[in-house]
Design a protein around this ligand. Structure first.
Ligand SMILES: NC(=O)N[C@@H](CC(=O)O)C(=O)O
Ligand SMILES: [Zn+2]
Ligand SMILES: [Zn+2]
Length: 426
């Protein structure tokens, strides 16, 4: 079966391509990008007015399954992913049981292959039961299919534990440690960012120092170990950006991601005790947001990752002190990035697509995020100019918890193709 997607603006950062041309799919693969002369075509997709680009890659998704299926299941999470243009997602281990054993890995990969609508790559835990006491068996988790390791939701508070994990793995291949950076002694009891909004609302704040001091510590650990590889999750503070800029300049093997909500919103979103704006790390000040934008302009950011954290509304429709931390993010990611970065002329659409596909794939060494001939036909058709009003009731995700609800976004996913088959159409 040969399908040609014609008349669209093809943006493929992996091959430095941006032009109106054809993308030819043959069964599950990309046969070619360019001229279709002499080819017999079975089916045509008219992409006039649309952008055709690689399926997006999310390095940070919470699927909640096994264990917390009232928040999300692998099925609803995967449906949300493809509705958001993601054809590869990496799922965090804070499930129940946790992804700290091969059985849970195979539960997820089996579900993923029976659904067959997007790649689902498990991230294993760094410590057993995420208790921060005992290292997991990284070799066997890796051979079972884990592509990185993280205790996300929690920091690795014990410096010696992280140090040991890096030393143990460094001569055994590529092990990526994705870190949730938070010093509990500084963040404990905090609800939103420490600053004007928290003060005005009478809420205990979480200082930026809770994030940046841990990043500083872990850069030191990385420097001490050398050949190890760190990835910093959901970076939100200007102090953290400054540290990471220097670490990169120095040549340390470190990457970092920024979420759509941290590049678009500030702590003021929590005005009125809005629990939908309660997230970890907290939404920060205008100055932090400006330093994140500057990091994008300077090409320092390695990935935009959703930190899709679906929660049932019962855990959000309570006092802000008691509400869960987290934002459901898969289905608004492109719209938010396009509205708050591209439409404001802060970065180009090409760069935005690169940060959602090619760069994250590169950071986690995934065979994805490109329209190269012979690679799997994981493709998104999007309308960068289409305006829409977010209505979380229409989300495929069970998680309706978003501070973007009822906001107008520009840029919509029209169609998502996975291994040559349409898995989502608006
Ligand atoms: N981001 C959040 O606010 N919540 C995440 C955990 C995390 O990413 O740290 C969750 O699992 O709900
Ligand atoms: Zn986290
Ligand atoms: Zn997370």
């Amino acid at each position: 079966m040969r399908i040609v997607i014609h008349s669209g603006l093809v943006i493929d950062p992996a091959n430095n391509l941006e032009k109106v041309t054809n993308v030819v799919i043959n069964d599950d693969k990309i046969e070619l990008v360019g001229n279709t002369n002499g080819l017999s075509i079975d089916k045509e997709i008219d992409a006039s007015g649309l952008v055709v680009c690689p399926g997006f890659v999310d390095l940070h998704t919470h699927l909640r399954d096994p264990g917390f299926t009232k928040k999300e299941t692998i099925q609803t999470g995967a449906a949300a992913a493809v509705a958001g243009g993601f054809t590869s997602i990496c799922c965090m281990p804070n499930t129940n049981p946790l992804i700290d054993n091969e059985l849970t890995v195979s539960y997820i990969t089996n579900k993923a292959s029976s659904l067959n609508i997007c790649d689902i790559r498990p991230i294993g835990a760094i410590t057993k039961n995420q208790e921060g006491k005992q290292l997991c068996d990284y070799l066997s988790l890796k051979s079972a299919g884990c592509i990185a390791f993280s205790d996300d939701g929690k920091p690795v508070s014990d410096a010696n534990l992280l140090y040991t994990a890096l030393i143990y793995t460094k001569n055994n291949g590529d092990f990526i440690f994705a870190l949730h950076e938070e010093d509990y002694s500084l963040s404990k009891g905090g609800i939103i960012n420490e600053g004007k909004t928290a003060f005005g609302l009478g809420l205990k704040g979480i200082p930026s120092l809770a994030e940046s001091s841990m990043i500083a510590r872990d850069i030191e650990i990385l420097r001490a170990v050398k050949d190890a590889r760190l990835h910093i999750c959901h970076v939100s503070a200007k102090e953290s950006i400054a540290l990471l800029k220097n670490a990169k300049k120095e040549g340390l093997n470190i990457t970092f991601e920024v979420t759509p909500h941290h590049l678009a919103l500030t702590e003021e979103e929590a005005y009125n005790y809005n629990t939908y704006a309660k997230v970890n790390p907290p939404l920060k000040s205008k100055e932090d947001l400006e330093s994140i934008i500057e990091a994008f302009k300077q090409d320092l950011v390695d990935a935009i990752a959703t930190d899709h954290a679906p929660h049932e509304l019962d855990s959000k429709n309570v006092l802000i002190q008691d509400a869960s931390f987290g934002i459901s993010g898969l289905e608004t990611a492109f719209g938010v990035v396009n509205t708050y970065l591209v439409k404001k002329n802060l970065i180009s659409l090409f760069k935005a697509i690169e940060l959602l596909s090619t760069k994250p794939a590169k950071a986690f060494k995934l065979d994805a995020g490109k329209l190269t001939e012979g690679s799997l036909a994981n493709i998104v058709l999007l309308d960068p100019n289409k305006e829409w009003v977010v209505d979380s009731n229409n989300f495929k995700s069970k998680g309706k918890n978003t501070p973007f609800n009822l906001k107008t976004l520009s840029g919509n996913i029209e169609q998502t193709i996975y291994k040559g088959k349409t898995v989502y159409r608006r």
